[in-house]
Write a protein that binds this ligand. Structure first.
Ligand SMILES: [Zn+2]
Length: 230
């Protein structure tokens, strides 16, 4: 098993360029897998949040625009997001590929991305859509606790906790972030279904879609993705 996966992986890494998009509902482990594959293929992991933050830090004109929108409590428009992506996808470190995580999020963004990669003479290799049972995802996220002191995340169903309500690393108080509360997760899942799920058909029609279950362990999901990518 390990051998055959290793062989597949070797044949994948002999590809000179790899451009992937990761899709999936909140809590499915999309960011974790994107990071794993970024390491495996030695290509940058481009998460929307990181890209916007770095534009803001550089005080670029787009960054300043995005910052004032975010500070006024609004979402960055598709136009600005696409401009930011177009800049990012031209930088030197993505010459051998990239992994997009959190972008595109809507059909207009996906259509915009198509135009950008055409202009840049790039091509997507695959769109990996992680999916899973909603109740399992809600259970998974709502069992997360964060440490008020060091920020470490503990899963009360998976990790063995040395002292009830306390962080294993520093003894700080564990609490549940608003984002990890079931009612908030349900809302985020609804937004995902409405805005992002249509992308699954969009990419299926372009023959780029690889659907993978996100329900196993991190390693199992990684191996399933590798098998699909072959
Ligand atoms: Zn702690």
């Amino acid at each position: 098993m390990v051998d055959s996966i290793y062989r597949r992986y070797s044949s994948l890494t002999s590809k000179t360029v790899m451009r992937l998009v990761f899709l999936g509902p909140p809590g499915i482990g999309k960011g974790t897998q994107a990071k794993m594959f970024s390491k495996k293929f030695d290509i940058p992991h481009l998460s929307t949040g990181d890209i916007i933050r770095s534009e803001i830090e550089q005080k670029s004109s787009l960054g300043l625009k995005a910052e004032s929108i975010i500070n006024s409590g609004h979402l960055v428009s598709d136009d600005i997001m696409l401009n930011i992506m177009e800049n990012r996808l031209q930088q030197d470190d993505v010459k051998t590929g990239y992994i997009l995580d959190g972008f595109p999020r809507t059909i207009p963004q996906a259509e915009g991305l198509d135009k950008i990669i055409e202009r840049l003479q790039q091509r997507l290799d695959a769109v990996i859509a992680l999916d899973g049972d909603e109740e399992t995802v809600i259970k998974r996220i709502s069992s997360r606790r964060s440490c008020r002191n060091c920020g470490a995340i503990t899963n009360i169903h998976i990790d063995s906790i040395k002292e009830e309500g306390k962080c294993n690393h520093c003894g700080g108080e564990l609490y549940q972030r608003d984002d990890d509360k079931p009612e908030i997760i349900r809302k985020r899942l609804l937004v995902y279904q409405k805005q992002t799920e249509p992308l699954i058909n969009y990419y299926r029609n372009k023959s780029l879609l690889l659907k993978v279950s996100g329900m196993g362990t991190i390693k199992e999901v990684t191996n399933s993705i590798l098998l699909e990518l072959e």
